[in-house]
Design a protein around this ligand. Structure first.
Ligand code: GCU
Length: 576
């Protein structure tokens, strides 16, 4: 295992993953002065306060809401018994997510850093780790900048025209911190570096190909305990789908001279996904996505993740009869995908490339740097999630501004890169500008459209025909499946009116129902994702009361609005 291995940590006979989540010391500030005073942090940070990890600091630390850093974290830990001598093993510290950029020291030794919020990175610490107490120090920088992805401090001409504080170019709060678990990882130096699964259709079943990248030795594979060779054929009954989310235990073992050198296990589903004409196919049959765009957002935690919140959200989706969601507008936590795999929820996995713009008068080269970062996070996302049955498509961006000469080429580059890295899934990007050049690079049109809200506000009566016309125009132009990746309305919880008016639960429920009817009548519409699953925090803005986007069908604390009830009646008539 090298620190660069995309393999998720696990504990087994050959590997160890120690969760370092819990209470860490924390301090805001550029230079917080290290306890040892010589700037290598081996003594830890001076005078920190206790905070919880995973968690953003903005909603946790009183008064720190709009503080975006840099800030410092310290965690002291002892490695488990048997760690030393490492003896042919390597050690690394792995972060599920440090938003936005991080620099890491262990016992005064600089291990390295990472840029980009919602994707994991691991840093080798074999040389720095010691028996006894270890001092881990992390600087996290969440500041906004034009040369970051997603960008902030964007010139007004290059945004959607909304003004936010903090000055983001996107409609969610720029939470900062250690948002997912941090782990100490031990694994064989000369072991299994990567395992890649690919599934291809085969008659009614599928062929599972397993590519193992490992050091010298004999590799063996078992599936649900039975030895297999790659490619391995599975029957239709063994395939993964929302109706039957079958998971299989794939075990990869590496032996040298008959001795076990490394072992890696994956619980995975086997399924195929493809676009045929204007249809999206799962296991060779047309499928329609019903669901939501979902943010990782909760009070106090901010963008910090916990399995409990993910389980709550995905079980509620299931209860409503939804079968899918988009990870808006960034890759979601790995445990959320574990739950999606298990519940049979199909996922459109999105990179953090929201609010991209492509100014060509770009003296600082920010556009080029943003493109590099967008390509980089795309590669990291695919490396992390490519073996997931639940992930059925890649979204390489959300609502890029397209009125620039270089925009279409940039989106084509992102789409082509995704296809080059993984040819087994459709690729697209969510757009509110379906007529702009660029969509031709996508396999499916991901359409964000808000008739009855941003367009024709208050006009339930015309919203249906406006959406119908838009969908038909887009379909005539591209002849591809269309997924309505966003539509909906804000509803203040508990606000009611008859007849329905904007910002009330009735208006939201009525609008969603009407627009779903329009979409459901069109066979080329391969899915409808209501925006949004739950209310979420935004930056301050004149159109965001309480700094919240109220388009959720659930409140921020996951209480149902009228629209949730209505969706359940539509999608789950049996037990509504
Ligand atoms: C956009 C955008 C979302 C945003 C939504 C809204 O389409 O993609 O991030 O929250 O509109 O304004 O509610």
């Amino acid at each position: 295992m090298s620190a660069a291995s995309p393999l998720r940590p696990q504990t087994n006979a050959c590997r160890l993953a120690v969760d370092l989540s819990g209470t860490w010391l924390f301090r805001l500030g550029d230079d917080v002065g290290d306890d040892s005073g010589d700037g290598d942090w081996h003594g830890g940070i001076a005078g920190g306060i206790p905070v919880g990890v995973p968690g953003s600091w903005n909603d946790q630390v009183p008064g720190a809401r709009d503080e975006l850093g840099p800030a410092w974290y310290e965690r002291r830990f002892e490695p488990p018994p048997g760690t030393f001598p490492l003896a042919g093993r390597e050690a690394a510290i792995r972060f599920g997510s440090a938003s936005y950029a991080a620099s890491v020291w262990l016992n005064g030794q600089f291990l390295g850093g990472h840029e980009g919020g919602q994707l994991p990175f691991a840093l080798d610490c074999s040389g720095a780790l010691r028996d006894g107490e270890n001092v881990l120090v992390v600087q996290v920088d969440g500041r906004l900048a034009r040369d970051r992805v997603p960008p902030g401090l964007v010139p007004p001409g290059d945004t959607h025209g909304r003004v936010f504080h903090p000055d983001v170019s996107y409609d969610f709060f720029p939470f900062a911190g250690l948002h997912r678990r941090v782990e100490l990882v031990l694994a064989p130096r000369d072991g299994i570096r990567d395992v890649r699964l690919e599934t291809t259709a085969d008659d009614a079943g599928a062929l599972l190909s397993v590519r193992v990248d490992a050091a010298d030795g004999d590799v063996t594979l078992t599936l649900d305990g039975a030895p297999i060779a790659s490619p391995h054929r599975v029957d239709a009954s063994a395939l993964w789908s929302p109706a039957s989310p079958r998971l299989h235990l794939l075990e990869v073992e590496l032996r040298r001279d008959g001795v076990l050198a490394d072992r890696y296990a994956l619980r995975t589903g086997i399924r195929t996904v493809a676009v045929a004409g204007d249809q999206l196919l799962l296991n060779g049959a047309p499928v329609r996505l019903r669901g939501f765009g979902r943010h990782e957002d909760f009070a106090v935690l901010g963008r910090g993740t916990t399995p409990a919140l993910a389980a709550r959200d995905l079980l509620l989706m299931r209860q409503l009869g939804a079968n899918s969601f988009r990870t808006a507008h960034y890759p979601c936590d790995e445990e959320t995908l574990d739950i999606a795999d298990r519940l049979g929820l199909m996922v459109i996995a999105e990179t953090p490339a929201v609010g991209l713009y492509f100014g060509d008068d770009d003296p600082d080269g920010d556009t080029a740097r943003r493109q590099e970062l967008a390509l980089g996070s795309l590669a990291e996302l695919i490396a992390r999630d490519r073996n997931r049955a639940c992930v059925i498509a890649w979204s390489v961006a959300n609502e890029p501004r397209m009125d620039y000469p270089g925009a279409a080429a940039a989106l084509r580059e992102l789409c082509d890169r995704a296809r080059a890295l993984d040819g087994s899934r459709p690729v697209s990007y969510a757009t509110d500008l379906p007529d702009a050049a660029g969509v031709e690079a996508a396999d499916i049109v991901f359409l964000n459209s808000y008739p009855g809200w941003y367009r024709y506000p208050g006009r339930l009566d015309v919203a249906e025909s406006v959406l119908g016309d838009t969908l038909d125009r887009v379909y005539r132009r591209h002849g591809k499946p269309v997924i309505l990746t966003e539509f909906g309305a804000d509803a203040m919880p508990g606000s009611h009116a008859d007849p329905p008016s904007m910002w009330t639960e009735e208006y939201q429920a009525e609008l969603i129902e009407r627009l779903l009817r329009v979409a459901d009548r069109r066979s080329y519409v391969a899915g409808t994702h209501v925006w949004a699953f739950a209310d979420f925090a935004t930056a301050q803005a004149d159109h965001r009361p309480q700094s919240v986007n109220f388009k959720g069908v659930f409140t921020r604390d996951r209480r149902p609005k009228l629209a949730a009830r209505r969706l359940r009646e539509l999608w789950q008539p049996a037990d509504a």
